[in-house]
Design a binder for this molecule. Structure first.
Ligand code: COA
Length: 260
């Protein structure tokens, strides 16, 4: 039997998904894109899961890109479909109702950086290298890289990474705002799980509200974004968690959020 291309394990309310093609540096072929889409749908719909951590198997790579061998023979319409396959999965991740943390344990190149960027937070090992090297293959980013990098790090960084194709190290990625945090490689798992467990204790509906506001607000004008935020803020007053959180503060105790 062949190894599954995606591994899943639960640690309390944190689900860890691991792209599992280490011999191909976890390159994203169609089967892996589909497995990721199915796994994220599952995690989104499972109330026991409050946070997802996404990483790659092996010591070298988060994901070294879309599968070049698989792309090599595609016809134009197939190429477009391959891009749409990846984009749909990554847009699903980006608009998930619960936080997704990318644990960037090595190369995050091309589709790998695109995958990390559709996650809500990124923690990178100090050994990681991140880039959009598609031009070196006569290609351009196809899973949203030109769009998400632009929104995340701005025009200068996007043009530098996408036009030169040269990867940056984790420290530079931090400077550019591409990752949230860089830690020594040996501490990556512990730091990521600590963050994930912290998020898992937070109020799920409030986290969802933040994600919705940022996703919506990133794509509209300030007036519409503010109106949306006010509506979401009002919606929080319908939740038990809001009563629990404010009461716990007033009673000087830790809140116990149930996601209701
Ligand atoms: N697609 C398919 N296979 C890939 C891959 C990708 N994006 N990236 C790595 N691999 C495969 C290699 O072909 C090799 O397979 P093999 O052992 O069967 O020949 C295996 O993974 C190991 O990679 P290798 O290149 O030998 O490792 P390295 O340490 O010498 O180099 C990289 C590491 C990341 C610099 C190099 O693999 C690379 O440049 N990968 C492609 C990055 C890229 O262009 N990504 C964007 C794709 S759109």
């Amino acid at each position: 039997m062949t190894d599954p291309v995606l591994l899943s394990s639960d640690h309390g309310a944190v689900r860890v998904l691991t792209v599992n093609r280490p011999d191909k540096l976890n390159a994203l072929n169609a089967a892996t894109l589909d497995a990721l889409h199915a796994a994220f749908r599952e995690a989104a719909g499972d109330p026991a899961v409050r946070v997802v951590v996404l990483t790659g198997a092996g010591p070298k790579a988060f994901v070294a890109g879309a599968d070049i061998a698989e792309m090599n023979t595609l016809a134009p319409v197939q190429g477009r479909d391959f891009a749409l396959r990846g984009q749909r999965m990554m847009r699903f991740v980006e608009t998930m109702p619960k936080p997704v943390v990318a644990m960037v344990n090595g190369f995050a190149l091309g589709g790998g950086l695109e995958l990390a960027m559709c996650c809500h937070l990124r923690i990178a090992a100090d050994t990681a290298r991140l880039g959009q090297p598609e031009v070196n293959l006569g290609l351009i980013p196809g899973f949203g890289g030109s769009q998400r990098l632009l929104r995340l790090a701005g025009r200068a960084a996007t043009l530098e990474l996408c036009l030169t194709g040269a990867p940056v190290d984790a420290g530079r990625a931090l400077q550019l705002g591409i990752v949230n945090r860089v830690v020594p490689a040996a501490e990556l798992e512990e730091a990521t799980m600590a963050l994930a467990q912290q998020l898992a204790k937070s109020a799920p509906l409030a986290l969802r509200g933040v994600l919705d506001c940022v996703n919506h607000g990133g794509e509209c004008g300030i007036e519409e974004g503010l109106a949306y935020e006010a509506t979401q803020f009002g919606l929080m007053f319908s939740t038990e968690d809001m009563r629990e959180g404010t009461s716990a503060f007033l009673e000087r105790r830790k809140p116990d959020f149930q996601g209701r």
